[in-house]
Design a binder for this molecule. Structure first.
Ligand SMILES: O=P(O)(O)OC[C@H]1O[C@H](O[C@H]2O[C@H](CO)[C@@H](O)[C@H](O)[C@H]2O)[C@H](O)[C@@H](O)[C@@H]1O
Length: 287
């Protein structure tokens, strides 16, 4: 698959996927919107990237675009590495007319929030997370982590961020092997992201989450938009659905930090702003 320029530019409002598979996916979504599943990552896709995750918020036009689109499709699901409740809060997703059936799959699908009930369901915590939480500060000191490296407490996981270091990429690379060793020692895995390495339980990823949800609702087509490495399994899930006969559209929320998704995407848009334009265009086109 090739990469593409942002075809949701205001001068060219209607997106054209660069691949045959993507065009089939978009056609299927438009032909039978009531059977379409729209899956979206949060940070970097619906919310612009900022240095402090606590300050991240959905793009101001994201909720209106989602609220316009959601009643016209089978389902909208936000699939995120964030705890589900955090994504709901930072997204401003609760109590929004039009989003009564929104689903947020948090912690890469381990948690689920349903707008219909307001409840979060989740498995029991993994004991390795508590052990890593206790060991991590001393561990980072001991290995001489870059200044500016900091730990995000996520409840079911812990994440080590390097965006605030003088050289975020060098700080990230220096941590990758030691944190992988630490995670494995406690039965966890390392999930790499945009200047972040998360230590979390194994067994779930965005691909499993998307596939399970698509099957649960009997989706007839699937659009998935993401920006980061953690979204690659969801891209893989769309590939699986396509090979089973369910058309799909892979959208990359483009950034300079991650190139892997561009290569796999049918459509590349300009970050959260481009994603919002796409969602709005779809809502308008479906009518
Ligand atoms: O699956 P996502 O919704 O993309 O969440 C993945 C991680 O997102 C957050 O970190 C990213 O966004 C931050 C705020 O913009 C930014 O400071 C950081 O550099 C990015 O990696 C979140 O803090 C992590 O816990 C998530 O795993």
């Amino acid at each position: 698959m090739g990469s593409h320029t942002d075809s949701t530019d205001p001068q060219h409002p209607w997106p054209t996927p660069a691949t045959r598979g993507g065009r089939d996916g978009l056609d299927a979504l438009l032909a039978q919107p009531g059977k379409a599943l729209v899956g979206l990552d949060f940070d970097g896709t619906l919310a612009p990237i900022v240095a402090d995750p606590e300050q991240a918020r959905a793009h101001p036009d994201a909720v209106p675009a989602l609220a316009a689109l959601a009643p016209k499709v089978a389902a909208v699901a936000v699939i995120t590495g964030r705890p589900a409740g955090v994504a709901v809060r930072h997204g401003g997703f609760a109590g929004v007319p039009g989003l009564e059936h929104l689903v947020v799959l948090g912690h890469y699908g381990a948690e689920r929030w349903d707008a219909a009930t307001g409840d979060v369901t989740a498995p029991p915590p993994h004991p390795g997370v508590a052990a890593v939480r206790a060991e991590l500060p001393g561990f980072l000191d001991q290995i001489g982590a870059w200044q500016g490296t900091w730990i995000e407490e996520k409840g079911r996981a812990v994440a080590v961020h390097t965006r605030r270091a003088a050289d975020p990429q060098a700080a990230f690379e220096a941590l990758r092997d030691p944190l992988t060793e630490l995670a494995h020692r406690h039965g966890l895995i390392v999930e790499p992201g945009r200047m972040v390495l998360e230590l979390r339980p194994p067994g779930m990823d965005k691909g499993v989450a998307l596939l399970d949800f698509a099957r649960e609702i009997g989706a007839g087509s699937v659009l998935y938009a993401g920006d980061d490495l953690g979204d690659l399994p969801a891209f893989g899930a769309v590939d699986t659905l396509r090979s089973d006969g369910t058309p799909g559209l892979l959208v990359c929320s483009g950034s300079d930090e991650v190139t892997e998704l561009r290569k796999r995407a049918d459509l590349v848009v300009g970050g959260p702003q481009g994603v919002v334009r796409l969602l709005r265009s779809l809502a308008e086109r479906i009518g």
